[in-house]
Structure formats: C-alpha cells, structure tokens
Ligand binder design. Structure first.
Ligand code: GLC
Length: 741
C-alpha cells in the first residue's frame, strides 16, 4: 500500500483500533479451543482484544494461520492483518547449533545460510517475524541464556548479529531496508535491548549495573550492528539500566536507539515487561507502567493489557498525547506494509511448500555443516580422529537421544534428529551402545522444560544401567562418552550456581575411567562448564554444544576425520565457578597479575589461577598450523586522514591433514584517556589449508576500529601507540606496534 494509504488508514481508525495495533496476544488465544473465560486466559484478554489485536506470537502452521488471518480480518473493522511472530533462534524444523555454538564456528556465512533456511521453512508455515537475533553480550555462564548469545566479544557478536539479520530479512537496499516481500524472508527482531546478559550473579532477570562507557563500548555494539543491517524490530529487555527498567527507559529507547542510531522500526516489549515495571516498583500500577512505556517509545505491549487497558484513559486525561500512540501505530502499520500484508496477508504461508521444504536434504546439509564447524576440540591426546571405529563403544545418556538441540527450538521434534548412534552407524560403526544412566538433572525444577526432564532416582535401574555400560567399557578399545547438560538446563529461567553436569553422569565418567582410560568425551552443553575433572579423565574432549537436528552426522564427520574440528571458544571456560565472570577482554587494573609474579599485592586469587581453564578463541585441530610474525604495512596511522594499515601473517599447515584455522586479530590501545581492555578482537578469518599449504592473511586496520568512549564521553580514537596481535587464540603474543598520530 502506498504511504498515503497508510496515513489515510491511520486517520480513519478509532482510538480503540489504534491501541489494538499495539497489543500482541499469545497464540493460544487463537487456538480453536481457546476459552476466553478459561485458565489459558491468564492475562484476562477480552473479546475486543481478540478482534483488535495487532500481532500474535508462538503459533504456527500454514493452514492454521491462514484460517486465523482470514477470520480475524473479516471481523476487524478495517480488516488490518495480524503479524505472526515466533521465537525461531536456531532453526524452525531443521534445527541448527545453538547460537553459542554458531559463535564457536567463527563462520558467519554459515549462520547467514542457516538463518535463510529458518526463514524459508518458518515463512512457509506462516510465520512472518522472528524474535532473533539475541545480541546480548555474555560473560557469566551461570546465566542460562548464554546459549542464545554468540559469546563474550562485542565484535564477534556484531558480526553474527548482522549475519542473522541479513539471513532472515535479506540485505538492505538503497532505502536502508530489506525487501520483506521477497519470498522466504521474515522480519527480524534484535534482543534484548539492552544489557540483559549482564544480569548480576548470572541470575536471570536480576539487576544490571553497567557504567555508560561499558554499556556503550561493550554491550551496545552488537545491537547497533543489527540496526545498521536494517533490522526491522527491537525487543526491550527485562532488566534495569541505570536503575530504570529498559521498557520505560527513554535514554535507551529514545535517545540512543531512535535519536543516535536513527532506528525507526518497531520496538516491542519482552513478554509482560511493561507490566513488570510494577514489580520493579517504578510504577504503581499497570496504568503508570503503560505511561512510562509509551513515553519511552515502546510500540507493542507483548502479552499484557497495559496498553489495551490504560492508554485510552491516559489520553483522555491529557497525560499522553494521542500523537504518541499514532507514532507507534504508524510504525506497526508500516512494518505490516513492508511485509506486504495489506496485499497478501498470508505472505509465504503455503501448505504444499511446508510439506516439501521442512527438513529437506538441502536444509539438513546446511545444519550438518554448521554443526560440524561449531564443535571445539579442547583436548586430544592422539586419540582423535578415530582410525578404527570398530573398537569404540558408545556410552552415555545422549548416545541415542534426539534431544540434542537448544531449549528454544520450540518447533523441533526430537524424532527428526539424527542421534549420535545413528550418525556413527551411517559411518559404518557396528559397535555396541549403552546409556549408562538416565538423561536427567539433579533437581526437579529447572529451566524452560521444568520437571519434564527430571527422572526420579531408582537404585535398581541406575545400578543396572551403570553395570551394562561398564561391561561394555571393559571390552572396548575406546569409549565415546556422551555426557553434559540437558538442553532444558539452559535457556530462559535456567540460571545455575554450579557449572557441573548431573551427578549421575559424573559417576558414570569416573566408573568408566576406572576400567578404560581411552575416553573421548563428547560434551553437550549450553554454557561454559568447569571441565577440570572431565578433561583429566578424558583423552579427548570435544564440545558439541547442542548441535541440532544433524548432530549425529556432524559428530560422526568429526570423529572419523571426514571433517577436522575448527571451532574456537566464543566464551571463556572458567577454571571453576568461583572465577566467574572471567573473560579475555578484561581491564589491566592497577595491579595486573602475570603468572609467575611473586608479588602478593596484585589482582589475583590465593587458591586458583586467574586464567580460565580454556580461553576465548581457543580450539584444537587435527592438524598443526604455523603463524608467522606480524608484518605491518606501516608504523603510523594519521588521525582523520582515512588511511589504513594492513597487518599480515603467513599461515602454514604443517600437519598431515587438510584443516581449517581461525586467524584472529586483536588490538590494544596502549594508553588512553579511559581504561581500555587488555586487547579486543577486531578481525578474524577462517581459512582451510591442505597439508603443507600456506596462505597470507591480512587484516585492515582503520581509525574507527580504535574508537571508544573517551573521558569526555565522546566516541573517537585517540592518538598514541597501539599493539596488534595476530594468532589462533586470545592468548597469542604474536604482535607488532603502530602509532596513531
Ligand atoms: C521471553 C524471552 C524472549 C522471547 C519472548 C517471546 O520471555 O525473554 O527472548 O522472545 O519471551 O517468547
């Protein structure tokens, strides 16, 4: 529809209709059996809400959504279509590795391809907008939602946020927007704005305390990258920012997001986040919460009646100008228009297409590639790759489990997964398998899955399972041991104080190690864990995260050597939970500790090392790589001159296998007007080399890469000396220096 048509439509709408556009209802309200007076109606939605709503979340199916849209538009006074939104964060039916695993892949092209697959599958099922990418910086693995992030680095997260947005929406055109009418595209929603990943003590929904500089220089860049990539919507976060909840925070939403960044898309609250300002005790009631939110520029109220129940009276009382509501409604109508919903309210919903593309071989192949590149080899005492599959026994509760995808894979079916056992069988493995213990957690109420995963203890059963596994382990040459966190132990509302795996799995590992030292541990996890004992008892440790639908095939590809592991840690694995938060891009402090420094009065622990067990950017390969000294194209950059420097290395595969290496470039501002991290990732390139092959890898250093929020609160680079590091982990000391003059 032409813009004038949208304006005319807005002018014709009643105030109630306009407020309706700002209300999002849960999909359950549109299910056939939804009873307005039933328990499902937990937010007391009304008949009028169901007639005037603007959007719906978490419902899917081409036929179902077309039926809902048709009936809805017939009843709506101006026949304005709904937008169907859903959490599709790592695939729709073909499930990809969790975002933390995709971050480990250091291959944004695979993430963009995976996002395209998800958009094609879900749009065929009628979904038109994803609540993805999650671009929260994370530094505390006790927080269950680290699995939804691509890790602890602002630059890495920015690269992946952009890749996801472009995969979902397509690349933006000259008008600064992607063509959402293109078949197989969906609108994206970057979340959770802002700083949700800094929840104090890793406890979900907890307070966030960040300085403005830390917020701007470390936590905001990835959201901004999504906005620059043309993301159509932004979701507010549950947390405080400077003691004001994000959903009522005009500094975040109006000043930074809309005025500084020029974002004019739709801002949607997180689930009930507007109403939760009453719980934060910054609003006396839902009416005051609605007042704060509309003033802060939040357009859509997700799943409460704050807007529907209060905006009209706020306007009548003259506390909210109707123009604020009009501004929000116009953004929602423009989004629907960009999606082409006024011409085609069903967009790509197509029952036939749904049948042919969901989980098709092409999509599975993409997922398999993404999974194999996400795995991180942390230890390998010459036991991998498996030359002879035959003498390996497969043991552990994940061995034949289909639940090898992330907790937010809400449309996944475990029957669609290729299990580890199936993947190995397809590779010709004829060995024997034993679960060894049940797939359960140590506590009944955990995470998004809650009690459904908790299996009561049963001595006889547990003894039988364990003995069966030990019998196998005794006879096998090697043991492939599948252990780790259950997927529902991570995700929303899944914070943990311990970074361990369920105790019955640790018992299994210890007992197997007593009878067979040749253990290859496949670690399923949605977060960094304390791996000291697991690594000590294993000859090899391969972190497979939650690999998704093709997990079994990807594991088989890597274990057999068809693919060499190439993942690098996107988040530090701590020595123990007491070390958390631990991250590579820390500050120097006034008493920096270097290992070996005998001085007692430095920033260190008396009982544990400062260094994580495994650092950001670390990951082994089946081959070996040599990286030459850094050579710089010059030793000076000139402020404001727009010139660049090239930092180059030559990488050589000195091993016997073709393999991939992730060459990483870090910069350090040696002296600056505010304290800066000891180093920051500013570039990476994943290259594949055959044995003996070498290649020059160059990184361009530009002035804007050196910019930060200075002591005068202005963002810019400062003259002075800089160090550039190039290597294959954040611990590289391969460096050279240059001056910004
Ligand atoms: C949840 C999550 C958010 C999700 C939304 C809709 O509470 O915080 O990430 O997109 O609600 O399900």
């Amino acid at each position: 529809m032409v813009q004038s048509g949208i304006i005319r439509l807005l002018e014709e709408m009643t105030l109630k209709e306009k407020i309706g556009q700002l209300q999002q209802l849960p999909g359950s309200c549109f299910e056939e059996d939804f009873v307005l007076t039933g328990p499902e109606n937990f937010m007391n939605f009304t008949e009028e809400d169901l007639i005037l709503a603007g959007s719906v979340l978490s419902i899917t199916g081409a036929g179902k959504l077309k039926g809902i849209q048709k009936r809805f538009m017939e009843k709506h006074p101006h026949h304005i279509p709904l937008i169907f939104m859903a959490d599709v964060i790592n695939g729709y039916k073909t499930i990809f590795p969790i975002p933390l695993g995709q971050g480990a892949g250091f291959n944004p092209a695979l993430t963009e391809a995976g996002a395209r697959v998800a958009a094609r599958e879900a749009s065929a099922a009628g979904i038109q907008l994803f609540f993805s990418p999650m671009a929260d910086l994370v530094r505390d693995p006790r927080w269950g939602r680290v699995m939804e992030s691509t890790g602890e680095d602002p630059y890495l997260n920015s690269v992946f946020a952009r890749a996801s947005v472009e995969g979902y929406q397509g690349k933006k055109g000259r008008d600064g927007r992607a063509d959402l009418k293109r078949k197989g595209s969906v609108a994206a929603c970057v979340k959770h704005f802002a700083g949700y990943g800094a929840a104090m003590a890793g406890r979900d929904y907890n307070t966030v305390e960040l300085s403005e500089r830390t917020l701007r220089d470390e936590y905001l860049p990835a959201y901004q990258a999504a906005v620059e990539a043309g993301v159509e919507t932004v979701m507010t976060s549950f947390n405080l920012m400077n003691r004001i909840p994000a959903s009522g925070n005009a500094h975040l939403m109006r000043e930074i997001l809309r005025e500084e960044w020029g974002f004019d898309g739709v801002l949607i609250s997180d689930w009930a986040a507007i109403g939760e300002m009453v719980n934060h005790r910054v609003a006396e009631n839902e009416k005051e919460a609605a007042f704060l939110a509309i003033r802060a520029g939040v357009d859509i109220d997700m799943c409460t009646r704050c807007y529907a129940g209060n905006l009209e009276s706020l306007i009548e009382e003259g506390r909210v100008p109707e123009s604020l509501v009009d501004e929000a409604v116009l953004r929602v109508l423009n989004l629907k228009n960009r999606l082409g919903l006024f011409e085609d309210p069903y967009k790509d919903a197509d029952e036939e297409e749904e049948k042919t593309i969901l989980l098709c071989e092409e999509n599975r192949a993409e997922a398999r590639k993404a999974a194999s590149e996400s795995f991180v080899l942390l230890k390998n005492e010459g036991i991998l790759p498996l030359e002879d599959l035959e003498d390996a026994a497969l043991i552990g509760p994940f061995a034949d489990s289909g639940m090898i995808y992330g907790a937010w894979s809400i449309f996944a079916e475990k029957e669609d997964s290729v299990t580890i056992e199936e993947g190995l069988r397809k590779a010709g493995w004829k060995g024997r398998m034993a679960a060894g213990c049940v797939l359960s957690t140590d506590y009944p109420k955990v995470g998004m899955g809650g009690a459904q995963c908790f299996v009561e203890k049963d001595e006889a059963r547990d003894e039988k399972l364990l003995n069966g596994a030990l019998k196998l382990a005794k006879k096998a040459g090697k043991v492939i041991l599948t252990i780790g966190e259950l997927n529902i132990m991570t995700g929303e509302a899944s914070s943990r104080g311990m970074l361990d795996i369920p105790s019955m799995q640790m018992k299994l590992l210890r007992k197997v190690a007593e009878v067979n030292p040749n253990i290859i541990t496949l670690l399923f996890t949605g977060r960094p864990l304390d791996l000291r004992e697991i690594a000590a008892l294993s000859k090899a440790v391969l972190v497979v995260w939650q690999p998704g639908t093709e997990g079994g095939n990807a594991v088989s590809d890597v274990l057999t050597g068809k693919e060499s592991p190439s993942g690098k840690l996107p988040m530090s694995f701590p020595y123990c939970v007491g070390q958390v938060p631990v991250f590579y891009n820390e500050m120097s402090t006034g008493r920096h500790y270097e290992p070996g420094n005998p001085d007692q009065f430095v920033s260190r622990y008396a009982d544990i090392p400062n260094a994580p067990l495994y650092p950001f950017g670390f990951g082994l390969s089946y081959s070996k790589f040599e990286i030459s000294e850094v050579s710089l194209s010059g030793d000076t950059l000139h402020l404001g001159a727009g010139d660049v420097l090239q930092a180059s290395v030559t990488v050589r595969n000195t091993g016997s296998r073709e393999a991939k290496e992730v060459v990483q470039m870090y910069l350090r501002d040696d002296v600056s007007s505010t304290a800066r991290p000891v180093r920051e990732l500013k570039g990476f390139e994943k290259i594949s080399l055959k044995p003996g092959e070498e290649r020059k890898v160059s990184f361009t250093i530009r002035e804007e890469m050196l910019a930060f929020t200075g002591s005068d609160d202005r963002r810019r680079a400062e003259k002075g000396s800089f160090t550039v590091y190039v290597g294959n982990s954040s611990e590289t000391e391969n460096s050279a220096g240059f001056i910004l003059s």
